[in-house]
Design a binder for this molecule. Structure first.
Ligand code: PPE
Length: 304
């Protein structure tokens, strides 16, 4: 169950958690178009810090631009509102969820004239797959549902509608006893997980899906930069599900998932069936960075 915090930012005001409500005829509730972000604030020795805040706010703006929706706030105003919300909730470690939605006043698919609203909520959210998944890796299943065509839902946008597909895949995997779904693209190559990007490692080199059918993950971008800095070869190249089967290692990246090893796909152990050395090295560095312990990457943190 969701753990309540105190205040939620709604269109410029911080309102008590229980009063952050919308009308049932809110446009986005009916037609599945809202833009959102997932951001994490970590506790560091220098106080709370938000990881890659400007990049997340820029992606929110870009998502809205793709759908021709004008957010009535600038990027600076949204960043400030996010910081204010975290502060208003005690500056604790949290997951931050900004949501741009089409509000109340217009019905019909053409949302012309519909108000555009922004809300920002924060809540504590530990390891996405639990501490055990983070440490020992998770089991995934290739989904019978595929990721949409690149001209279907617009993969560069973090749009709620795309998560209908994610939910189908996730429910299928979970009901079959797995923790996560691996979705393929329209041509049958690996795309991404229901809520995270995918990396594999073979013979000491990393591969991740190119930016076609996937969300342009900010954690993915982070890991690409870290791999390069660590001198690990990395290719952004399509790969098949059987290449995952015969990989030495595989892992997921995402704001919620952070860096989570995948230990099994479709009943086949990946490598030894335990998190491998590359995944562990990257995971350790990632957590050291978000906790503010790596000077070199401190520019990714907004201390609040
Ligand atoms: N692909 C998808 C489909 C996705 O939803 C996410 C994030 C990513 C890739 C990774 O993106 P990034 O967070 O920028 O590295 N998924 C968000 C929602 C998860 C949820 O269950 O809700 C997240 O991680 O915040």
């Amino acid at each position: 169950m969701l753990e309540k915090t105190e205040k939620i930012w709604m269109d410029g005001k911080l309102v008590p958690w229980d009063e952050a409500k919308v009308h049932v005829l809110t446009h986005s509730l009916h037609y599945g178009l809202a833009l959102f972000e997932g951001i994490r604030c970590y506790q560091t020795e220098k106080g709370p810090a938000i990881f890659r805040l400007p990049e997340h706010v820029k992606r929110l703006k870009d998502s809205a631009h793709i759908f021709m929706i004008e957010i009535p706030y600038s990027e600076e105003e949204i960043e400030k509102a996010i910081i204010d919300t975290v502060r208003a909730n005690g500056g604790r470690e949290c997951y931050i969820r900004p949501l741009v939605y089409l509000g109340y006043g217009v019905m019909g698919i053409s949302s012309k004239g519909c108000p555009v609203n922004l809300s920002i909520a924060v809540w504590p959210w530990g390891a996405y797959f639990g501490e055990d998944g983070m440490k020992h890796g998770i089991r995934a299943k290739t989904s019978s549902f595929i990721r949409g065509h690149v001209n279907s839902n617009m993969s560069r946008a973090k749009v709620t509608g795309s998560y209908v597909n994610s939910q189908l895949a996730k429910k299928e995997s979970v009901s079959c006893g797995y923790e996560e779904a691996l979705l393929l693209d329209t041509e049958g190559y690996v795309s991404e997980a229901s809520g995270a990007n995918v990396f594999i490692a073979r013979n000491g080199a990393l591969k991740t899906t190119p930016l076609t059918s996937i969300l342009e993950g900010i954690t993915r971008d982070t890991i690409i930069e870290l791999a390069r800095d660590l001198g690990i070869e990395l290719k952004e190249e399509r790969f098949t599900r059987d290449e995952v089967y015969i990989s030495d290692e595989a892992f997921l990246t995402g704001t919620a998932a952070e860096v989570t090893p995948i230990r099994e796909l479709d009943g086949r152990a990946i490598g030894t069936g335990n998190p491998g050395p590359i995944a562990k090295k990257i995971q350790d560095l990632f957590f050291s960075i978000v906790k503010g312990r790596e000077k070199k990457y401190d520019h990714w943190l907004t201390y609040i």
